[in-house]
Write a protein that binds this ligand. Structure first.
Ligand SMILES: [Cu+2]
Length: 119
């Protein structure tokens, strides 16, 4: 009988554990979108605009494909806010256009061609 209840307790623990980990997995979302930029310095600026911000788990920009990959917790930050943060750092995204002021304060080599036309 003792073995049985021990076994039951173990099952319950295992069940609770897998339930909790399934929940945390669900919390994070990964999105990919285009951000225009030129070089390694752009990469650093773009990624720094998100890294360490609340709700951001991962932020990686690919210089060659110009694709931004962000893993985030939607309960802490919205997709819109993510686009806005990148735009604030001077870079146009698919959804948000950087202000002319933010764009012109980028170093000369980083002033990319503004090919994206976000509304
Ligand atoms: Cu650059």
């Amino acid at each position: 009988m003792k073995t049985y209840s021990l076994f039951m307790a173990l099952c319950l623990m295992l069940f609770t554990f897998s339930f909790v980990s399934a929940q945390t997995e669900k919390k994070n979302r990964t999105i990919e979108f285009k951000v225009t930029g030129n070089c390694g310095m752009c990469k650093k600026t773009i990624e720094t605009s998100l890294k360490g911000k609340s709700g951001i788990k991962e932020a990686v920009w690919n210089k060659d494909t110009k694709m931004m990959k962000v893993t985030f917790d939607p309960s802490q930050i919205s997709e819109d806010q993510i686009h806005q943060k990148i735009a604030d750092s001077g870079y146009d995204t698919e959804k948000k256009k950087a202000s002319d002021k933010a764009y012109s304060s980028l170093p000369g080599c980083c002033q990319y061609k503004r090919t994206l036309q976000p509304k």
